[in-house]
Design a protein around this ligand. Structure first.
Ligand SMILES: CC(C)(COP(=O)(O)OP(=O)(O)OC[C@H]1O[C@@H](n2cnc3c(N)ncnc32)[C@H](O)[C@@H]1OP(=O)(O)O)[C@@H](O)C(=O)NCCC(=O)NCCS
Length: 384
């Protein structure tokens, strides 16, 4: 019987070695990530003291419908090269999901390299992540009314607090873990990041973490934005002006964004090359996730759900009552809205319509639920 849990100290080198092989890293890289993150965020599946599989789990709340939902974000899922296609990844995910539910993480999110694996575990596409490239001349001159200054150590907690408070405004955003801030400010590989902030009205209202990545051997390069935030339109215009001023030795600025990202939309021209990085996936681990997300304050409804969940985490009939921006879930009801747990995942974030869920064969009668959950395209700048 495989054992699941935090890798014991004696198994940590094998755990790190396994993930290093799976992701083309070194064992020292993975051990370094685990040490920074803390081994309490690492999981192993082992049989007779042999590590078969591992992953990382970040407890970061996810913005859905104007509320933050406790979430287990999963990364670095890997199985030993000589143990693949024996069901270890599936067992690892099932154990992780049961644990997440017991820990009060109502949903789980991930980027999938392999959708069949995660679909079998009940995940489905629930939001997007894009990357865009804009040529420096297309930025225009922006606005120089506000001046960027270098960020210092005292700014860091202020930035984290602003980010945490504003995450709720954008469906799909996370309340970041300190490890994610560390990766933004001090990237593990490549050139260092420069942090710049912009104040308006005497308060920090926007920032940029950016680095100059050389192209080939010459000094010309790309400006890679590792994170950006603008609380107002004026701040966004001044951040673009800062990038344009830095851009005399760069051909393009690349940044993580979305078609509905205000930071992209403020540009004078719509001409950026935006590519889909991936549609990220979500799994509802506990039906009470529907009580954790927010709803429009004027929305009202009673929906009887009949959820099919192969892992039995959300299986059964429930009545969802929505009023005053909040939902309440009770057992029972007549099951008018029939959903596979994967269909529930896509509707939960407002990513899919009832028709899309029906076309995917993941449910029927979900029109009212889709209406309650509808909102702008959920997206994130974060990769994990
Ligand atoms: C992806 C990975 C974790 C799968 O581990 P595994 O233990 O072999 O997976 P399982 O045996 O549990 O497979 C479950 C299902 O996933 C799918 N799957 C697994 N590996 C697959 C592959 N290489 N190609 C396509 N589908 C695959 C299949 O549907 C499989 O079911 P089946 O065997 O009945 O066809 C493993 O190949 C790995 O470590 N890869 C390198 C790192 C990686 O890509 N991690 C995922 C990051 S999100």
């Amino acid at each position: 019987m495989p054992r699941f849990g935090v890798p014991e100290e004696s198994l940590r080198p094998a755990w790190a070695g396994l993930l290093a092989e799976a992701f083309g890293l070194s064992g020292a890289d993975v051990a370094g990530i685990a040490a920074k993150l803390g081994y309490d965020h690492c999981r192993a599946l082992s049989v007779d003291d042999q590590v078969m599989a591992g992953l990382l789990v970040l407890p970061i709340r996810l913005s859905v419908g104007g509320a933050l939902v406790p979430n287990a974000a999963i990364g670095l899922v890997g199985v030993a090269i000589d143990q693949r296609r024996r069901g270890y990844a599936s067992q690892l995910m099932a154990a992780l999901l049961a644990e997440s539910r017991d820990n009060g993480q109502y949903v789980s999110t991930l980027y999938a390299s392999n959708q069949p694996l995660y679909r079998a575990a009940g995940y489905e596409q629930a939001g997007s992540a894009f990357r865009a490239s804009v040529s420096v001349p297309a930025i225009g001159l922006g606005n120089h009314e506000l001046r960027a200054r270098r960020l210092n150590a005292e700014d860091e907690p202020v930035i984290e607090a602003i980010h945490a408070a504003s995450a709720v405004e954008t469906p799909g955003f996370f309340e970041r873990h300190p490890y994610q801030w560390e990766r933004i400010r001090r990237p593990r590989v490549g050139p260092p990041a420069l942090g710049l902030g912009i104040e308006e009205g005497g308060r920090l209202r926007g920032w940029l973490y950016v680095r100059h990545v050389p192209l080939g051997n010459g000094p010309m390069g790309t400006l890679e934005v590792l994170d950006v935030y603008a609380q107002t339109r004026l701040v966004a215009l001044n951040l673009w002006a800062t990038l344009a001023d830095m851009g005399t030795m760069a051909r393009t600025v690349v940044f993580n964004t979305a078609p509905n990202d205000p930071f992209y939309q403020v540009l004078p021209h719509p001409f950026v090359e935006m590519t889909l990085f991936e549609n990220w996936m979500l799994r509802v681990t506990d039906i009470r996730a529907l009580e954790q997300r927010g709803y429009p304050s004027t929305a009202r409804g009673v929906i009887d759900l009949d959820v099919e969940d192969p892992l039995r985490l959300c299986h059964g009939r429930y009545r969802l009552t929505v009023e005053g921006g909040r939902g309440r879930v009770q057992p029972g009801g007549n099951g008018d809205c029939r959903l596979h747990v994967r269909g529930l995942a896509s509707l939960f974030t407002g990513f899919a319509s009832a028709r899309q869920v029906e076309l995917a064969g993941l449910g029927e009668g979900a029109e009212s639920l889709a209406e309650l959950c509808a909102g702008p395209l959920p997206w994130t700048r974060d990769r994990y």
